[in-house]
Write a protein that binds this ligand. Sequence first.
Ligand SMILES: Nc1nc2c(ncn2[C@@H]2O[C@H](COP(=O)(O)OP(=O)(O)OP(=O)(O)O)[C@@H](O)[C@H]2O)c(=O)[nH]1
Length: 377
Amino acid sequence: MSTLSETLADLSAALRERPDDILLEVAAGGELLVARLRVFLSALLLGLPLLNHLAGGTPGETLAGLAGVVLVLLLSQLWLHLAGSERRRAWLPSVSSAFDVSVVSFVLVLLALNDPVAALNSTVVWSCYLLAVFATALRHDLRVTLLAGSLALGQSALIWLGVVAMADGPLVSATYGEVSTGTQLQRIVLLAAVTIVTTLTVFRTQRLTRISGTDGLTGLPNRTYLNTRLPHLVARARARGETLSLAIVDLDNFRHINTELGHLAGDRALRHAVRVLRQQLAREEPMIRAGGEEFVLLLRLPTGAAWERLEALRQKLEAEPFVPEPGAEPRKLTLSAGVANCPQDANDLSGLMKRADLRLRLAKRAGRNRVVARDEA
Ligand SMILES: Nc1nc2c(ncn2[C@@H]2O[C@H](COP(=O)(O)OP(=O)(O)OP(=O)(O)O)[C@@H](O)[C@H]2O)c(=O)[nH]1
């Protein structure tokens, strides 16, 4: 069990880490969910000016309320459009969360213009701060939660101090009662507590997401990544008219390593092969452990260049044999690979996988230790 100081150290390390691709994918889905919820809630708010009018509010108040709600609805549509588009905008979660918090402050300031006590004692509007901070859990980014929480704390404290500074008598109203320092402090503490709990929730979900998408032995993305992330990468490349090549790489005769050196040495051999291959790849070139001693690589290259790249990887692995233990005889590892290109061979992940697998089998049949990018070896 981890102590508080260990948790804080892990938290601060997580704050400095760049979210990985799976997290970004999950977060983009969360952003879209929040954007839809925002549009629904702001459409519901359209009823408020009408209720104000029916309750005998002045036409000025009703019109001002209507203008505010229509503005929020229009901006919500804009956020929905941005969240739903294929293009990833790194700033979107932070800016949309800051927007949610600031809308609550904006409504409180509007309330203050009519009745200063309402801005400090209104429970329903103020609770929307809690909702805005809690909704950042769906963005799966610690920095976004901390930003929204700090903004909510800062803005609500400013409204409190502003209303108190401008009051020319006791802050009491027939509808909202009396403003008490104790209640205002409790609200600040509650907001801070919700920010902390949401931050910890995000932290834990980040860990779980990372574990579920990562292969424990090699540290590479696993089949979950292959199934969830790769279809998007292929679809995006297709939409942009870009070319990309998918390779299935399989270590040759790996069974022999296990039978001759034992399973633990086999594990080390797998890690060695992954290290050698991964070192040759750029950060944005995914290498996934599809299962056993089989890996999937995605390269933003046309067929010829992808074949050359794989051939260089094959030679590198051959040139860096695996040493089972210090002083032991080095053991040569080789790989076979099948390459398929989008859009030349197929337009989607499943088509590319089938074609690459076919060519991998050709490479194995032709004697292993080779790369095949066409339908004959
Ligand atoms: N040590 C270890 N072995 C593994 C792991 N995953 C798969 N393997 C072994 O990899 C071997 C794969 O065997 P095969 O599918 O017959 O393929 P191969 O011996 O590599 O032969 P070809 O693919 O035809 O060249 C099996 O012996 C598996 O037990 C792992 O995580 N650790």
